[in-house]
Design a protein around this ligand. Structure first.
Ligand SMILES: *[C@@H]1O[C@H](CO)[C@@H](O)[C@H](O)[C@H]1NC(C)=O
Ligand SMILES: *[C@@H]1O[C@H](CO)[C@@H](O)[C@H](O)[C@H]1NC(C)=O
Ligand SMILES: *[C@@H]1O[C@H](CO)[C@@H](O)[C@H](O)[C@H]1NC(C)=O
Ligand SMILES: [Cu+2]
Length: 171
């Protein structure tokens, strides 16, 4: 049972990550005020940004602050092009995204996200002083798939708790 409790704890914190659909029902589009959208959001490490857009018209480029300010898509950190791009926000701090198509960025398709440390109490290992942490924000870009076929964390946890209940019932 100790293992089960451990697993429950792990999965409970896992579920607490939030998916933020950029622009809500408007998606990643022209003529959406993302400054307004973001003012209603708060982000912690592990949360996901989900960009939904017409793949023929837009893309999602993860960029640094300079490229964000200049609307430059000359050297993005990563680029999503499939119409649905999910970004896992990690580490904490500022993350910058632009649309690299035409002049969409200067028309407003740019997003600056400020990510707070995770509120979970899991101990983070002390960062060793020999590790140089000047790496660019290594966001994980997962292109594609509506997620229809994949098990969401919530579902996985529900399924898992179901298993625990079953086991308890057996004993
Ligand atoms: C977004 O909306 C805010 C408040 O309504 C406004 O101040 C800002 O200029 C708008 N931004 C754009 C790009 O239209
Ligand atoms: C990390 O690397 C940069 C450039 O290579 C260097 O200037 C900086 O001092 C390094 N920081 C640490 C903590 O080693
Ligand atoms: C991603 O989605 C696009 C369009 O929805 C599809 O054409 C493409 O095959 C998909 N790629 C993967 C890796 O699933
Ligand atoms: Cu665009």
């Amino acid at each position: 049972m100790a293992l089960g409790v451990l697993l429950l704890l792990c999965c409970a914190t896992w579920v607490s990550a939030t998916d933020h659909t950029v622009g809500d029902s408007s998606g990643w589009e022209l003529n959406v005020n993302y400054t307004n959208w973001i003012s209603g959001q708060s982000f912690v490490v592990g949360d996901k940004l989900v960009f939904k857009y017409a793949a023929s018209q837009h893309n999602v480029e993860t960029v640094n602050a300079a490229a964000y300010n200049a609307c430059s898509s000359s050297s993005p950190i990563s680029t999503g092009t499939t119409g649905q791009t999910t970004i896992t926000l990690d580490p904490s701090g500022k993350h910058y995204f632009i649309c690299g198509i035409s002049n969409h960025c200067s028309q407003g398709m740019k997003l600056e996200v400020d990510v707070a440390e995770s509120s979970s109490t899991s101990p983070s290992p002390p960062s060793s002083s020999t590790t140089n942490t000047t790496t660019p924000p290594s966001t994980t870009t997962t292109d594609n798939n509506s997620g229809a076929g994949s098990l969401s964390p919530v579902h996985a946890t529900v399924a898992f708790m179901g298993l625990v209940v079953l086991k308890l019932g057996v004993f």
